[in-house]
Design a protein around this ligand. Structure first.
Ligand SMILES: [Zn+2]
Length: 352
């Protein structure tokens, strides 16, 4: 692993925590420091996990385990609910348990995937992580969910798109290991938003037309300057100062890596909008299934894949799935047009 390897961040991006800290928010500053520590821990965990996965785990039913950190920074501090066990008296424990279950259900039912590693890995979460912790983060083999400080962020574990977004970072770790910088990093972020939003629509019984396409709208507190962290439908409009862009013309390949790892959260807006445009035409679940299938094309989606390569992989999967009758006949055209609208194009592959 190179020394300048970039770590995945928590749900609340570091650049935003930095901005809030500069404006005098102490909890944002503390969260930032802790999040950096956790990012380093995760790299160790990931190495071990990959090895375990190569050795192979047999198909099994994943169990959900919820731990209470009791406002400490400890992982697996106190087990408060396990698979099939009784309800807790603590609301957040039950909600987290349910949301992990809904995310597993979505993966199984709609994407035919058995948990995070595809082999029934348990889903471990740690709630009430630290005090006033303004983040939710995937730590390589488990989730840590803060309560927020009640001012800028609230309820980090109470939002299904946050939980599903973070669990999906775990899935990406096993599927294609997209490097967390520049375009590949934006694709990594994008895929977590895709599954996060798809799971949310599934749970709320929404469709592409009735959903609001906002990410993190349930976790912003009274002093947050906007309605959500991101909008997939209209990137750049979620809050005052939202730096997401919606078109490849606004992509800056020279943005320093010190700035959001080269813009992973700014530029994820580009494929996010393309996904939205596809979903309104063929339906969110079909679009998510298409993206998920394409994401396994490791020949094209390599760790440093670009938006154009992602589009090529999606078009290739669209051709195959259309041929098998699993996607509507107009899918290739829909995807091509959606990406053209955000300034990304690639030739349509010819099926052999
Ligand atoms: Zn993320």
């Amino acid at each position: 692993m190179s020394r300048d390897h970039k770590h995945e961040e928590g749900f609340i991006p570091n650049y935003l925590l930095k901005e809030l800290a500069e404006k005098g928010n102490e909890n944002a500053e503390k969260t930032l420091a802790v999040t950096k520590e956790i990012e380093e821990k995760r790299e160790e965990v990931k190495k071990n996990l990959t090895e375990r996965n190569i050795m192979g785990i047999s198909e099994r039913s994943p169990e959900r385990l919820v731990y209470d950190s009791e406002n400490t920074g400890e992982f697996q501090h106190k087990l408060v609910r396990r698979e099939g066990g009784p309800n807790s008296t603590d609301d957040i424990v039950n909600i987290t348990y349910d949301y992990c279950g809904k995310t597993l259900e979505y993966f199984k039912q709609k994407l035919n995937r058995n948990s995070i590693d595809g082999a029934g890995m348990d889903v471990i979460s740690n709630v009430h992580f630290r005090k006033n912790y303004n983040n939710a983060i995937w730590v390589g083999d488990q989730l840590a969910l803060g309560d927020g400080d009640g001012s800028i962020f609230i309820n980090l574990g109470r939002s299904i798109d946050v939980v599903a977004h973070e669990i999906t970072h775990g899935v990406t770790q096993f599927v294609n290991e997209l490097e967390y910088e520049r375009q590949s990093g934006a694709l990594n972020e994008h895929f977590s938003d895709v599954i996060g939003t798809a799971v949310q629509q599934f749970v709320k019984g929404q469709t592409a037309d009735t959903a609001d396409w906002l990410i993190g709208d349930e976790i912003v507190g009274p002093n947050f300057p906007g309605k959500a962290l991101r909008s997939m439908k209209a990137p750049g409009t979620a809050y005052d100062g939202d730096r997401q862009v919606a078109h490849f013309d606004d992509f800056d390949p020279n943005l320093p890596l010190s700035n959001d790892n080269g813009g992973v959260h700014y530029y994820s807006g580009i494929p996010n909008k393309a996904f939205y445009l596809t979903a309104v035409k063929i339906g969110t679940d079909k679009a998510a299934f298409l993206w998920y299938t394409a994401w396994h094309n490791r020949k094209i989606i390599h760790p440093n894949a670009t938006f154009e390569e992602a589009l090529r992989a999606i078009l290739e999967s669209a051709e195959t799935l259309m041929h098998r009758g699993e996607l509507p006949q107009e899918t290739v055209t829909v995807v091509k047009n959606a990406f053209e609208e955000v300034g990304v194009s690639a030739p349509v592959p010819v099926l052999k």
